[in-house]
Design a protein around this ligand. Structure first.
Ligand SMILES: [Zn+2]
Length: 130
């Protein structure tokens, strides 16, 4: 499951940062998830809860911010966001990876140029008292 390995990676990253900063607990995690990252955000939240168990990130609030997918059109040079076809609110359909239609010239000769990534934007921690 793609979401689970992603969640484990996120938990590792943030707990390392938290330890470096001598935090005792991670309270909140803000994630940016690209529309074309092929991740189901509901599954990702669930996987995060499991991956965070027993770590500093246990019970942290996970805030997911969606980043719009962008394309480059090889025919007219358009670069920018496209309307994606979604199966449901959270699950992006990415089997159609190469057939996003250019909103300007309607060409299908397009390439994905943005919105594929997932990264941690911010974390909020509780610091231990000394
Ligand atoms: Zn175009």
């Amino acid at each position: 499951m793609h979401e689970f390995s992603t969640a484990v990676g996120i938990v590792e990253t943030i707990t390392n940062v938290a330890k470096e900063n001598k935090a005792t607990r991670i309270k909140k995690v803000e994630l940016v998830v690209g529309e074309f990252s092929m991740l189901n955000t509901e599954q990702l939240k669930f996987a995060f809860e499991i991956a965070a168990e027993g770590t500093l990130a246990e019970k942290a609030d996970l805030i997911i911010e969606a980043q719009k997918g962008e394309i480059d059109c090889k025919d007219c040079g358009f670069k920018g966001p496209v309307e994606t076809q979604k199966k449901d609110v959270d699950h992006f359909v990415v089997d159609l990876v190469n057939i996003f239609e250019c909103p300007k010239c309607k060409s299908n000769n397009t390439k994905i140029s943005g919105g594929r990534d997932i990264y941690v934007k911010n974390i909020e921690v509780e610091l231990g008292t000394k």
